[in-house]
Ligand binder design. Structure first.
Ligand code: XIL
Length: 345
């Protein structure tokens, strides 16, 4: 059977997965490594390029696991999405506590951010296809719909100008890498869609950055969906992509998974054949993929993990428990969602 990567590349589309380096190196679980290599043409580090992993102690970088992923990608002819340069989560504690206790000033914090971006982008120079320069900087539509705003550690301590700075510093360090803004709840745009306001906010942000000649090349839509929210609409998903492409930007789906609540008769190990929730999951993968295939500027479609054996969902969404969010089951059997993706390609 043909792989997803072979089918996708005929459309010029790269299909990817987030990679957990501990599992990739687990000799007792070889199927993970095999499928990562054979099915995907782009990879993203699930955690090892985040700040807390790269610089757990101030001034001493731990490049090992990230370098290993980049080498793996090279060996298997895969492109790398760099994830992530600036984000409020998974920051090292020396940084967050230093800011909280006042030992790191605003001016020093800005310099620390500049150094981090420069060091990391320079280290991987020439090996990263797309960088997620800034991740999840905007509040959520339902928090307070009329006052969407720049949220989190960086906006709080540096003000929203850190976003333009971050893109400029990244471009200076590797002029060839494509620089992305990445977020969730910007997957769709259209009549009655709850994500409209956030999508519009990110659109306005990108337009303003471009007007100021800030080097942004693309907007990434994460694509963490859940079957409890119903089915997305292909036209609305395409409309969100078209908005960004209308600014001359590339787009990508960067972290796709479709989780289900494990209550109400849905159990780990259930299959789509017996459970309508999982048919909805499969359908949503297909909705995002078809919108991407229809849009020339949608460069890649990356899954946030490909097997229910190793997915962030059960650990993250536990009340109520959620899971079954990926395209292979816990025994590496392809699920309905995998078949749908294949059929769309
Ligand atoms: C998640 C990882 O999958 C987990 O292993 C980790 O514990 C927390 O972060 N949005 C992002 C990703 O941009 O970096 C997050 O990854 C999932 C949500």
């Amino acid at each position: 059977a043909q792989s997803l990567r072979d089918l996708a590349i005929r459309h010029g589309l790269y299909v990817g997965t987030a990679v957990d380096m501990a599992v990739l190196n687990d000799a007792a679980d070889p199927r993970y490594r095999e499928l990562t290599a054979s099915e995907f043409s782009t990879v993203t580090a699930e955690n090892v390029m985040k700040w807390e992993s790269l610089e757990p102690t101030r001034g001493s970088y731990n490049w090992g696991p990230a370098d290993e992923l980049v080498a793996f990608a090279r060996q298997h002819n895969q492109r790398v999405r760099g994830h992530v340069l600036v984000w409020q989560n998974q920051l090292p504690s020396w940084l967050t506590s230093g800011v909280e206790n006042g030992s790191i000033s605003k001016a020093e914090l800005r310099q620390i951010l500049r150094n981090h971006i420069t060091n990391v982008v320079t280290h991987f120079k020439g090996r990263i296809w797309q960088w997620d320069v800034v991740n999840e900087a905007v509040s959520d539509p339902w928090d307070n719909p009329s006052t969407l705003h720049y949220k989190g550690f960086w906006a709080q301590h540096l003000g929203p100008d850190y976003i333009a700075d971050a893109f400029r510093w990244a471009r200076a360090a590797d002029p060839k890498a494509l620089l992305f803004y990445n977020d969730y709840n910007i997957e769709a745009f259209g009549s009655g869609n709850p994500a409209n306001d956030k999508t519009q906010f990110v659109y306005d942000m990108a337009r303003d950055l471009l007007a100021k000649r800030v080097p942004i090349d693309g907007v990434g839509s994460q694509g963490h969906l859940g079957t409890q929210y119903g089915n997305y609409d292909t036209l609305q998903v395409a409309a969100a992509l078209k908005k960004f492409a209308g600014l001359g930007l590339a787009t990508a789906f960067t972290e796709v998974d479709v989780r289900s609540q494990l209550t109400a008769g849905v159990q780990a190990g259930d299959s789509a054949e017996i459970n309508p929730r999982l048919q909805a999951s499969a359908a949503n993968f297909s909705v995002l993929l078809r919108a991407c295939l229809a849009e020339r500027h949608c460069l890649s479609f990356t899954l946030w993990g490909f097997t229910d054996r190793h997915s962030w969902v059960p650990g993250w969404f536990s009340n109520p428990p959620e899971g079954l969010a990926t395209v292979y089951d816990e025994n590496y059997q392809p699920k309905r969602a995998y078949q749908e993706i294949k059929a769309d390609l």
